[in-house]
Design a protein around this ligand. Structure first.
Ligand SMILES: C=C(O[C@@H]1C=C(C(=O)O)C=C[C@H]1O)C(=O)O
Length: 372
C-alpha cells in the first residue's frame, strides 16, 4: 500500500469515528494499522484472544481489545521521515500550582517510605497543553520521525478516547512459551553519550524492579536468566535497563503472568498493593491508560529457526507460534479536542529529592512536547 493511501485510510477511519490502532515497533520500519469494522467496545478478561490490547494502569479496570477478526489489517513499509522543520525549543508553560502540588506529593511519598509504608512509589502528574494542530496522523508521523527506537502508536476508540505515545519500555514479549520482560528505571537527561555515571538512588530504584520481576516469577517459570544492566537512550533521556528471560511452565497462562507483573515497580511501586493504594489516594487525577500496557496479543507468527543458516532444511523446522508483544504506556498523551493531556511520572525512594523529581517529570514531558 502506498504511503498516501495508508495514512488516508487511517484519517478516514478516524473521521468515521471507528476504532483503530496504528503502530511501529522499536527499531523497525514497518508500520501496521488495525481498523475495526464496527464501533463495538470489546473487553478482554483472559488475554486469550487474538488482537491488540489497550489496558489501563489499574488492573481492576477493563482492558480494551481490538479483535483481529473484526478488523482490516493494513501495513506500510515505505515510510520515510519527512523534514518538517519542527521547532524543538519547548516553551515551559507550567503553572506554579502544578509544581507545588507535585513537590508536596513527592514529599508525602518520601515520608510514607521513611514510615515503612512501602519501599518505592512512582508518582505522576498530568499536564495540559494547547494544540496548534490536533490532527492525530500528523502528530503520529512526528513521533515516528523523532523516536525510531520507541514503540510509537496512535490508538483511538470513539467510546474511550484518542491516545498517542512513543514508549521506551517493553512490558513482556512472548513467543510460544519463551518470554522476556524489561526492567527499566532510573532517569538522566541525555547529554550526547550513554557513558554516564549512575547514583545509588537510580541504581536502587531500578534494582527494585529487576528483583520484583525475578522474585515474583521464579516459581512459575523455567530457565530464568537475567542480563547485564545497561544504559539505554530514550529520546532526550537515558535509563537503566535489564532484561529477564525465561520459559513459561506448561500450566501458566499469559493472564497469570500479567496479573503477577503488572503494574511493575517501574510505574507503580513496591510492594505493589500498598504503593498502588497510595497512588490512587494521593495523585490528583485518573491515570486511565497511562502506565497501563498495549500491544499485539496472541498473533500468529512463524518462529525462526535457531541456526543462522537460511537453508531449506531450516525452513522445514519453522513452527507457527503465538506471539505477544506488550509495551508500557509511557511518554504518552491523550488528545481531547484542542488540548493534549501529557502524562509523566518518576520513581520515588527514600533517597529522592522532591525538586529533582519535579525536574525529571519536566524532562519527560519534553518527549511529547517536542512533537506538538
Ligand atoms: C513513569 C515513567 O517512567 C518510568 C520511570 C522511570 C524513573 O523513575 O526513572 C524511568 C522509566 C520508566 O520506567 C514515565 O515516563 O512517566
Amino acid at each position: 500500500m502506498t504511503l498516501f493511501n495508508f495514512f488516508t485510510c487511517i484519517e478516514t477511519q478516524y473521521n468515521n469515528k471507528l476504532p483503530f490502532v496504528v503502530y511501529r515497533k522499536p527499531d523497525e520500519t514497518l508500520i501496521t494499522a488495525l481498523l475495526q469494522k464496527n464501533s463495538t467496545l470489546n473487553i478482554t478478561k483472559n488475554f486469550d484472544e487474538k488482537g491488540f490490547v489497550f489496558a489501563p494502569f489499574d488492573h481492576a479496570l477493563d482492558a480494551v481489545l481490538l479483535p483481529i477478526k473484526e478488523a482490516s489489517k493494513i501495513v506500510c513499509s515505505e515510510y520515510k521521515s519527512e523534514d518538517r522543520n519542527s521547532v524543538k525549543t519547548v516553551t515551559p508553560n507550567i503553572k506554579k500550582e502544578a509544581k507545588d502540588f507535585h513537590i508536596k506529593l513527592v514529599n508525602k511519598g518520601i515520608d510514607a517510605i521513611r514510615n515503612s509504608d512501602f519501599e518505592k512509589v512512582v508518582l505522576s502528574r498530568q499536564e495540559e497543553t494547547d494544540l496548534r494542530d490536533n490532527n492525530p496522523v500528523k502528530i503520529f508521523k512526528k513521533l515516528l520521525d523523532e523516536y525510531p527506537l520507541a514503540f510509537v502508536y496512535c490508538w483511538y476508540h470513539p467510546k474511550v478516547g484518542l491516545w498517542l505515545g512513543a514508549t521506551p519500555e517493553t512490558l513482556i514479549k512472548i513467543e510460544g512459551r519463551q518470554f522476556s520482560i524489561m526492567s527499566l528505571a532510573g532517569t538522566q537527561d541525555y547529554l550526547g553519550t550513554r557513558d554516564v555515571v549512575w547514583g545509588t538512588k537510580e541504581k536502587q530504584e531500578q534494582q527494585f524492579v529487576t528483583d520484583f520481576i525475578v522474585n515474583s516469577l521464579k516459581s512459575s517459570v523455567d530457565q530464568l536468566k537475567v542480563s547485564a544492566t545497561e544504559t539505554v537512550k530514550a529520546g532526550n533521556l537515558v535509563h537503566l535497563r535489564t532484561l529477564v528471560s525465561a520459559r513459561l511452565e506448561a500450566n501458566s497462562t499469559l493472564k497469570d503472568i500479567i496479573s503477577i507483573i503488572h503494574p511493575t515497580p517501574a510505574v507503580c511501586g513496591l510492594p505493589k498493593e500498598a504503593s498502588k493504594a497510595f497512588i490512587l489516594e494521593h495523585e490528583n487525577y485518573e491515570r486511565e491508560f497511562y502506565s497501563g500496557f498495549l500491544g499485539e496479543l496472541n498473533l500468529d507468527t512463524i518462529a525462526k529457526p535457531r541456526s543462522g543458516k537460511r537453508n531449506i532444511e531450516n525452513r522445514a523446522y519453522a513452527i507457527p507460534k503465538k506471539s505477544t508483544q506488550l509495551y508500557v504506556n509511557l511518554r504518552c498523551m491523550q488528545i481531547k479536542d484542542n488540548t493534549a493531556l501529557i502524562y509523566v511520572g518518576g520513581g520515588i525512594t527514600s533517597q529522592s529529592d522532591a525538586d529533582s523529581e519535579w525536574e525529571e517529570t519536566v524532562s519527560k514531558s519534553k518527549v511529547i512536547k517536542n512533537v506538538l
